[in-house]
Design a protein around this ligand. Structure first.
Ligand SMILES: C[S@@+](CC[C@H](N)C(=O)[O-])C[C@H]1O[C@@H](n2cnc3c(N)ncnc32)[C@H](O)[C@@H]1O
Length: 207
């Protein structure tokens, strides 16, 4: 099945070809507020609530799913959100080309594709190599958030993050928690919770 490509016309959408490498994010947002990144924003419901809570942070929401970017933009436009920009790109490529080293104050990854089959697990986005790669782009004190409904992914990442020496667990001795007051629920989290699944929340800070 081929999916039709939706043309996105939104003041909050940036076409990659219009964005210099590296971009001047201060000029993009019109201020020098801290820069946060959501990877795999889906339909943008988490981003909307999080950005409304933090008007003094500039949020970049990326997804390689065109329809998701479209829906995220529609949401931001409807709510006249000024501190989010949406881009369609692959996470590693985007970070490498468009994020300055030490430039991020927070990274959010919610319900990344779980690749449940064992032979596909190496396709998962979040593993030690990816997190260590991200460390270069996060500033001291930056937040790293990860959430998944998938037990095996949650436990794998929960056991891996303490090995990343630059990170400090914000949940004390808990490797993960199933409740995270104040952290918004995404569409996928709500869907999985409705099916009776538990969400694995992880929150670390860069030392
Ligand atoms: C299961 S959905 C979750 C969406 C949303 N975060 C939520 O929790 O409702 C995963 C999303 O991540 C996107 N995605 C997966 N890998 C990605 C990558 N390497 N770069 C950019 N987006 C990615 C997919 O296109 C999809 O929209």
């Amino acid at each position: 099945m081929t999916q039709s490509f939706i043309h996105i016309e939104s003041p909050n959408y940036i076409r990659l070809e219009d964005l210099p490498k590296p971009p001047n994010w201060g000029a993009v947002f019109g201020n020098d507020n801290p820069l946060a990144l959501e990877i795999g924003c889906g339909v943008g419901d988490f981003m909307l609530k999080t950005a409304l809570d933090q008007p003094d942070t500039n949020f970049i929401a990326i997804d390689f799913y065109n329809k998701g970017c479209y829906k995220t933009c529609r949401r931001m436009d409807r709510h006249e959100v000024k501190n989010v920009r949406v881009l369609r790109d692959e996470a590693r490529l985007f970070v490498t080309d468009r994020i300055p080293k030490g430039g991020l104050s927070a990274v959010y990854i919610n319900c990344p594709d779980p690749w449940p089959k064992k032979r596909h697990r190496k396709r998962r986005l979040v593993n030690r190599e990816f997190v260590e790669f991200m460390m270069d782009y996060m500033r001291p004190g930056a937040d790293f958030y990860f959430a998944t409904d998938f037990d095996d992914y949650g436990i794998d990442v929960a056991e891996m993050l303490p090995k990343v020496s630059m990170l400090e667990n914000q949940f004390g001795s808990d490797l993960y928690r199933h409740e995270f007051p104040g952290y918004h629920l995404s569409k996928y989290m709500r869907k999985f919770m409705a099916e009776g699944k538990k969400i694995y929340f992880l929150h670390y800070k860069v030392k």
